[in-house]
Design a protein around this ligand. Structure first.
Ligand SMILES: NC(=O)c1ccc[n+]([C@@H]2O[C@H](COP(=O)([O-])OP(=O)(O)OC[C@H]3O[C@@H](n4cnc5c(N)ncnc54)[C@H](O)[C@@H]3O)[C@@H](O)[C@H]2O)c1
Length: 336
């Protein structure tokens, strides 16, 4: 299958490109390199620099590259920035996203897998969080992801677009080729490893939550496990596949959480990282961040039941170990 991967030069997108290649598919990458890295994409994979929000260029690209399905990973994805600058999030994640859907319609591409997020749930009433939980995002990032999920549902019922929205919890780890480098770094594991390298101080945001050790609990999922789920999800959008719609007319969007269904606290992650790097990692405890729920863990059975997905790299030390190994091999990140 020829798959356009938007954001294919980013952290999750680039490792999804690797998984698509390994499964025998043909990825084509579209990325504006706003947060991605050209060298994360293998040189023999077609690469196009540009934005998915340019409907005319996208329709042309989809047709010229004979694209059959889209993996839409590109987005603005910083919670704090989204609160300060909602216009950018609505413009890119919603307006740009709809331009991509229109281009797909024009080019006759009827299959899409979308990088959604646990942020669509906001502060949940129950945990582990099932997909049926109410969607009450508490920031524009989560809200714009929820809006795009809804657009997929309506495009499905009206135009037969087949879609899978994958609500990731916390992606972690690295492949041999690609890893996580963001600036600013808002994710816990790279922030801990940067502190271990002496590059940046580490603050634990609050140790007075209602959890066993007082620090927030999150569900970490190895990025290679995530990437594997994307391949299965793309395959589930095939015409006639009952998982994404009836054989004739309309379609039913499939939504799956992607997590391990187990949580780890900030302190547990820190201790696992200290085991991996073999020394204490300096840190200070600061005040809580606004809107940080105590526990966010996925109910992840739907992805196993419907997609046949089995996360295999769920052990915390395995995840952190792969991230650490990648950083050791690439001390300058993608700069070298
Ligand atoms: N990393 C996580 O833990 C996590 C969790 C939940 C959801 N997500 C979602 O997964 C997706 C990928 O996240 P990531 O961590 O790999 O982020 P990332 O920033 O590493 O990757 C995003 C990629 O998209 C590209 N991009 C951004 N805007 C673009 C545009 N308008 N046109 C073309 N390319 C554009 C960037 O250059 C980058 O390569 C995002 O949609 C994010 O919201 C990530």
């Amino acid at each position: 299958m020829r798959v356009l991967v938007t954001g294919g030069a980013g952290y999750i997108g680039s490792i999804s490109v690797e998984a698509l290649l390994a499964a025998g598919h043909e990825p084509v990458v579209l990325d504006d390199l706003s947060t991605g890295h050209r060298t994360s994409v293998p040189p023999d994979v077609p690469f196009h620099r540009g934005t998915y929000g340019d409907q005319i260029a996208m329709a042309h690209l989809l047709e010229a590259q004979r694209i059959e399905a889209i993996l839409h990973c590109a987005a603005r994805s910083l919670v704090g920035e989204s609160v300060r600058e909602p216009s950018r999030y609505y413009r890119e994640n919603v307006v740009g996203g709809v331009a991509l859907l229109e281009a797909a319609r024009e080019a006759g591409v009827g299959r899409i897998v979308f990088s959604s997020t646990a942020a669509v749930y906001g502060i949940p009433d129950e945990t582990p969080i099932p997909e049926e939980a109410p969607l009450r995002p508490i920031n524009p990032y989560g809200e714009t992801k929820r809006t795009f999920e809804s657009a997929l549902a309506w495009y499905g019922s009206a135009y037969g677009l087949r879609s899978v929205s994958l609500r990731y919890f916390n992606a972690a780890g690295a492949s041999d080729r690609n890893g996580e480098i963001h600036d600013p770094e808002t994710h816990l594991i790279p922030a801990i490893l940067a502190a271990a390298e002496g590059r940046a101080p580490l603050t634990v945001f609050g140790d007075d939550f209602d959890t066993p050790d007082g620090t927030p609990i999150r569900d970490y999922i190895h990025v290679e496990d995530l990437a594997g789920a994307h391949v299965l999800a793309l395959e589930a959008t095939a015409p006639g596949d009952v998982r994404t719609g009836p054989p004739a007319g309309g379609s039913v969007p499939l939504v799956c959480n992607l997590g391990n269904g187990r949580g780890a606290s900030v302190k547990e992650v820190l201790h696992a990282a200290e085991t991996v790097v073999g020394r204490p990692i300096p840190h200070v405890v600061g005040p809580r961040r606004e809107g940080d729920p105590p526990i966010l863990v996925a109910a992840a059975d739907r992805a196993s039941a419907v997609l046949g997905w089995r996360p295999e790299l769920g052990d915390l030390e395995t995840m952190i170990g792969s991230a650490w190994a990648w950083r050791r091999r690439n001390p300058d990140g993608y700069a070298a």
